[in-house]
Design a protein around this ligand. Structure first.
Ligand SMILES: [Zn+2]
Length: 149
């Protein structure tokens, strides 16, 4: 059965909130996505890539705009081998130094060590106001990712 996940990831991929702040953010998201099966906050030791599942729509180089899908997989493998400690790479298309986290993911995706998520939230989308409140609660700008798995 397919699932929909509404996920928020800090814009700074290395950043984590305190557990107390995460609990407060979970409570807030529970009020916004009251019909969700589950709202959770997940902490990771190492940076990981939060992909949008079936919503994946490709990726472009942030320096030159070229389609990056051809080299992206290899760049991911290289960075993953080092636990994503360094997200900066030299883009094969134009030679520019770019962060994997700042490439143009056509459908939003993000790197991070923390994710706040609602499983099957049963809402079409959140409002900008709700997004802003969650970011204020967590204490850092967030990227919002709608995931289909
Ligand atoms: Zn490029």
């Amino acid at each position: 059965m397919s699932e929909t996940i509404l996920r928020y990831v800090p814009a700074d991929p290395y950043w984590q909130p305190s557990p107390e702040v995460a609990d407060t953010a979970v409570s807030l998201l529970e009020t916004i996505a009251a019909e969700a099966d589950e709202v959770t906050a997940g902490f990771e030791d190492e940076v990981r890539f939060y992909d949008p599942g079936e919503n994946w729509s490709g990726v472009e180089c942030s320096a030159c705009g070229a389609d990056a899908e051809e080299w992206w997989g290899d760049a991911m493998d290289t960075a993953a081998a080092d636990g994503f400690k360094d997200l900066n790479i030299q883009a094969p298309c134009c030679g520019g130094t770019v962060s994997l986290n700042d490439l143009r993911y056509i459908w939003p995706a993000a790197f991070g060590r923390f994710a706040l998520e609602a499983r099957n939230p049963e809402i079409a989308d959140t409002t900008e106001e709700q997004d802003r409140k969650i970011a204020e609660c967590v204490g850092i700008p967030l990227r919002k990712i709608w995931v289909n798995v």
